[in-house]
Write a protein that binds this ligand. Structure first.
Ligand code: COA
Length: 155
C-alpha cells in the first residue's frame, strides 16, 4: 500500500533485507541467519530504499505465524513507517489465511506499546528468557530485560 507516493510496503525474499537493519531488533547475528531462511519477508521502502524490515515464519498449516524481527533504521523511527509496515504485513498475512500472529518481546518499553497499538494482546510470560538465551545482558532505560512477554494478534 502507498502511504504517499514516496513510501510503500512490499513482500520480498529474506536475502533482500540488509543484516544491519535486522540487527537493530535482534543483536544475535547467528540466530538471525538461521530464522531468516524460514521466514517470509516484508520491507518498508522510502523513495525506493529499504528503511524497514519485517520477518515472519508461517507454520506448516498456513494458519499461524511467528514474528521474529521488525526494525526501522534509527533515523526513520517514530515517523509511523514501522506502524504501517506492521499493519500492511498483518493485512497481507490475514488475506493469505493467517488467523494468528505471535511474537516475543520485553516486559517494558515503547515496543510493548507499539505492538498493543497495532492489535496485539499479552498472552503469557516466559520467565528468564533474556537471561537464558542471550550472550550479553540487554539493558533499556537503565533496566535489564529478563523475562519475555508472548503477544498474540488474531485476524
Ligand atoms: N525510542 C522511544 N520511542 C520510540 C522510538 C525510540 N527509539 N522509536 C519509535 N518510538 C515510538 C514512537 O514515538 C511511536 O509512538 P507513538 O505511537 O506513541 O507515536 C512508536 O514508538 C512507534 O511507532 P512508529 O513510528 O509507527 O514505528 P517505527 O517506525 O518507529 O517502528 C519499531 C517501530 C519498533 C520497528 C522501531 O522503532 C525499531 O526499529 N525499533 C528498534 C528495533 C526493535 O526494538 N524492534 C522490535 C523488537 S521487539
Amino acid at each position: 500500500m502507498m502511504m504517499d507516493s514516496m513510501f510503500e510496503v512490499k513482500s520480498l525474499t529474506h536475502d533482500e533485507l540488509p543484516l544491519d537493519l535486522l540487527l537493530i531488533a535482534d543483536p544475535e547475528e547467528a540466530a538471525i541467519n538461521v530464522y531468516r531462511q524460514r521466514c517470509q519477508a516484508y520491507a518498508a521502502l522510502l523513495q525506493g530504499k529499504i528503511v524497514g524490515a519485517l520477518l515472519v515464519e508461517i507454520d506448516n498449516e498456513g494458519l499461524r505465524a511467528e514474528l521474529y524481527n521488525i526494525a526501522v533504521y534509527d533515523e526513520h523511527q517514530g515517523k509511523g513507517f514501522g506502524g504501517v509496515l506492521l499493519d500492511e504485513a498483518l493485512k497481507m498475512l490475514a488475506e493469505s489465511g493467517i488467523r494468528k500472529v505471535e511474537l516475543g518481546t520485553g516486559t517494558f518499553g515503547y515496543q510493548l506499546s507499539f505492538y498493543q497499538k497495532h492489535g496485539f494482546r499479552v498472552d503469557s510470560v516466559v520467565k528468564n528468557f533474556f537471561l537464558d538465551n542471550y550472550d550479553e545482558p540487554i539493558f533499556e532505560q537503565g533496566i535489564q530485560h529478563k523475562d519475555m512477554l508472548r503477544l498474540v494478534w488474531r485476524g
